[in-house]
Every structure is written in structure tokens, then in C-alpha cells.
Write a protein that binds this ligand. Structure first.
Ligand SMILES: Cc1ncc(COP(=O)(O)O)c(C=O)c1O
Length: 460
């Protein structure tokens, strides 16, 4: 480490005090200087002091094809030279049109209408606004209530945040409580003692049906759900839950919105997981992140042909969906997304994930022999390693602090984690190899064991 790089790090950290980061505690802005990341290559990121780390969460569940993909860099530069912007209101341009067609081809069912957004929150917000618009067009303006779940995360606009069920993070924040109703978390680990997983599944599906009946089916517009509750800690609902919830929605004419901001673009081994993994053709689907592998900000809302036909059939007058963004279909972001899709095809990335995921799962499950590991949840290339220092005396605050210590030790040894409460959450770049999984699991094991040795005697 040279003096020059040390100073650079300090300079950046100093300037960073003006960068109000997401989820910032405004009483402590800049109090804990952040690691400064300066480079990325493959599954690795390097900080400004030259320390290389495996990027456990792939940025923010998004750098799916890994860092340093020249194909995307070239496509973006070429597009900027040709046309850096067009107004999606009045004209169109080929990158967005080609991307829309290509996405419609790979999307499940009849999700053939692609509405581009700036990210996941705006895709979710647009989906909910479309649900309202749909019911207005069909002459049922009372059908506006939304059902979501505790533990879910859908974004940071007013409406998408209102649908998010990370309850701790609602303190001091206003929510659209008159519109959104949260069901209990479908986390099998929280089922009552002696209850089978099947019975738990039935109970969680009944939660949805009962809520629809309580509010009145003529009042409920939509149910929004992630197939796996990602930011909630990689919570995997019981087998069959997603499909049965879809059936309930169909029974009561409630729109089913699948939030695939995390689970699409290879994370579970398919472009989209709603149908391939969970057997559901949703009415709407939202995505972002892996759409461009994080190289450019972009999200997308997919709307089914059925909903468009229903609106067309509802009368002869024109019906504008007055929702859109200056950057809807941004040509540079679309060029990045197209190059990203090319990489998926050329590198056979979906097949790679399908082949690698069982090894990822096997290696992570081996961590269960560490006493502090209370549960290992894995699906595709996303995982949550839950920690509890003392199951007889659970203490979430203590376990959160423990995880922060694990994260610190892992960073020193070359792995960036993303603790979510008391779980180490991972979603590495999809290009990860078995040897790199060995490294990741080895560093994580060391982090957990070292933190446990340091912690256990004094803290329990
Ligand atoms: C499932 C899900 N939906 C929506 C969002 C919001 O996406 P963005 O941060 O791009 O607005 C996220 C972000 O993590 C997410 O995980």
C-alpha cells in the first residue's frame, strides 16, 4: 500500500460525506468511512488500497455477468456515439425496440408488452399504477387495495416502499397504509412447533385468501410477491406456495404481480423464474438489476396481452396509461441490456448456473456444522446463511452485530458479504466457478468460526 493510495482512499472518504447513501442514518453521516471500491474484474472487486475481494452479493444482486465485460463497454460506447438519447414519448430507436422484442420472446406466457423504467422501484410502481389504471378502465374504481408480505422488498418509491414488508425499516417513514396490506412472512422456519411444511404452506395460502375475503374481492387490485424474498434474507417459501397463491388470485380476479427484480436473468438458472421454477404465468412481472448486469440503470415491467385486451374491450374511447419516465427505453441502457443478453447466450450462462448451483448449495450446506449457523437457505445462486449465537436466548441485535464482525473478518480475507440482519446473504456473479465457490465458502467458514471464537465466551 503506497502513501498515494492511502491518501486517495482518505480523500474519497472525506468527499463521500456529501454523498447521502441509501439507508443512511442521517445522525451519523460519514461517521463510519466506507470501503472505497475502485475496480472490478470477473467475480472480484478491488478496493482503493489494492485489496481484492470476491463480490459475494454481486454489487446489489445485479452484476450477473461479472465485472470487466468489454462487450458491454463497447456496446455502450458505440451507442453513445450514435445516439445517447431519444424521447420515448414521440419517437423510438432501435436498441429499445429490439430489446423489447427480445425480452417478450423470453418472458413467460403472454407477457409481450414491455414498459421500460429506470430501475426496480419504478418498475414496481408502474405495475401498481397499471393495476389501478386497468381497474379504472374496466369501470371498477373501487378495486384498488394491494396485498404484499412481511419480509418482502419492492423498492423505495412511495408506493413500492409501502408494499415492502421489512417492517423495521418503516420507522419514521410514511407509507400508503390505506392501500397496502401485509400478510405474515411465508418463512417455513417461523412455523409453529410440530407443524408440517405442507400445513404451513396451506396456512400461508389461506392468509392470502382470507385477506382477499376480508377486504372484499371487488376491492382488491393486486397481490405482489417475490418468488424468493431476497432482501428479506433469501427466504424460500414452501414448495407450491407461489403457484397456489396465483390460483387464489385467479379465483378472485386479483392481479398477480411477480417481482423478479432479483430472481430473473439467471439467478435461478433461467431468464425468468416465475414459470420455469415456480409454475406461474403472472399478469405482470417486474425486473431490473440483471437486465443490464448493473452496467446501466434500467428496469422493465412486463404486462400480459390479456390485460391489454381487456382494456381494449372495455370501450371505444382511447385510454392513455399516463405513466412514463424521461429515460424509459434509454438507448444506452438498452444497448447494455442487449450486450448482456448476448453474453448469456455466448457464454451459455444459464446452463452454467444450472450446473454450478448444486455445488454452491452442497458447499454452503457444509457450514451447518458450525454451531452458530442456524439455517442455510439456498436456491440457484442465491443464499442466506442464518446465524444465531444462542438459540435458547435469541437476541436479534446481538446476532446482527455478530454478522457485522463476520463481514469485517471476511473482507480482510477477500470476501465481501452482505449481512441482512443476522443472515449472510450471497448472490455472486453467475460466472463463478467451483474453485471460486470453494474459496468463498472457505473464507466464510473462517469468518464465522473466528468471529464465534472471539464472541462466544463474553457475549452469552
Ligand atoms: C425484489 C426487488 N424489487 C424491487 C427492488 C427495487 O429495485 P431498485 O433498487 O432498482 O429500485 C429491489 C431492490 O433490491 C428488489 O430486490
Amino acid at each position: 500500500m503506497t502513501n498515494e493510495t492511502q491518501e486517495t482512499t482518505r480523500d474519497v472518504q472525506d468527499m463521500d460525506k456529501h454523498f447521502l447513501h441509501p439507508w443512511e442514518d442521517v445522525t451519523a453521516i460519514g461517521a463510519a468511512p466506507r470501503t472505497v471500491i475502485s475496480h472490478g474484474n470477473g467475480i472480484y472487486i478491488t478496493d482503493s488500497d489494492g485489496n481484492r475481494m470476491i463480490d459475494g452479493p454481486a454489487g446489489m444482486w445485479c452484476v450477473n455477468v461479472g465485472y470487466g465485460r468489454e462487450e458491454i463497454v463497447e456496446a455502450v460506447a458505440a451507442q453513445m456515439r450514435d445516439l445517447p438519447y431519444f424521447s420515448p414519448w414521440s419517437v423510438t430507436a432501435s436498441p429499445a425496440a429490439i430489446l423489447a422484442e427480445r425480452l417478450a420472446e423470453i418472458a413467460p406466457g403472454d407477457l409481450n408488452n414491455v414498459f421500460f423504467t429506470t430501475g426496480g422501484s419504478t418498475a414496481v410502481d408502474s405495475a401498481l399504477r397499471f393495476a389501478f389504471f386497468y381497474n379504472n378502465c374496466l369501470g371498477r374504481p373501487e378495486k384498488k387495495q394491494i396485498i404484499a408480505r412481511v419480509g418482502g422488498y419492492h423498492g423505495s418509491t412511495y408506493l413500492s416502499a409501502s408494499c415492502s414488508g421489512k417492517v423495521l425499516e418503516k420507522a419514521n417513514m410514511d407509507m400508503a397504509e390505506n392501500l397496502v396490506h401485509l400478510l405474515p412472512k411465508p418463512d417455513p422456519a417461523e412455523r409453529s412447533e410440530g407443524m408440517s411444511i405442507e400445513d404451513f404452506c396451506t396456512e400461508k395460502v389461506a392468509d392470502l385468501e382470507n385477506k382477499i375475503l376480508e377486504l372484499g374481492p371487488d376491492k382488491v387490485a393486486a397481490f405482489i410477491a417475490e418468488p424468493i424474498l431476497a432482501s428479506g434474507g433469501v427466504i424460500i417459501p414452501p414448495e407450491g406456495y407461489f403457484k397456489r397463491c396465483h390460483e387464489i388470485c385467479q379465483k378472485y380476479d386479483v392481479l398477480f404481480i411477480s417481482d423478479e427484480v432479483v430472481t430473473a436473468f439467471g439467478r435461478l438458472g433461467h431468464y425468468f423464474s416465475s414459470k420455469e421454477v415456480f409454475g406461474v404465468e403472472p399478469d405482470m412481472l417486474t425486473t431490473a438489476k440483471g437486465l443490464t448486469s448493473g452496467y446501466m440503470p434500467m428496469g422493465a415491467l412486463f404486462i400480459s396481452d390479456r390485460l391489454i385486451s381487456d382494456i381494449k374491450a372495455s370501450g371505444n374511447s382511447s385510454k392513455g396509461f399516463f405513466n412514463g419516465f424521461t429515460y424509459s427505453g434509454h438507448p444506452v441502457a438498452a444497448a447494455a441490456a442487449l450486450a448482456n443478453l448476448d453474453i448469456f447466450e455466448n457464454d451459455k450462462l444459464l446452463e452454467h448456473v444450472q450446473k454450478t448451483a448444486p455445488y454452491f448449495e452442497k458447499r454452503l450446506r457444509e457450514l451447518s456444522d458450525i454451531p452458530v449457523v442456524s439455517e442455510v437457505r439456498v436456491k440457484g445462486l442465491m443464499a442466506g446463511v442464518q446465524c444465531c449465537l444462542d438459540p435458547d436466548h435469541p437476541d436479534e441485535d446481538r446476532d446482527v452485530k455478530f454478522l457485522l464482525e463476520v463481514d469485517r473478518i471476511c473482507q480482510e480475507n477477500g470476501l465481501l458479504l452482505r449481512p441482512v440482519y443476522s443472515a449472510a446473504v450471497m448472490s455472486p456473479p453467475l460466472t463463478i466457478t467451483e474453485a471460486q465457490i470453494d474459496d468463498l465458502v472457505g473464507i466464510l467458514r473462517n469468518g464465522l468460526e473466528t468471529a464465534m471464537e472471539r464472541w462466544r465466551p463474553s457475549s452469552i
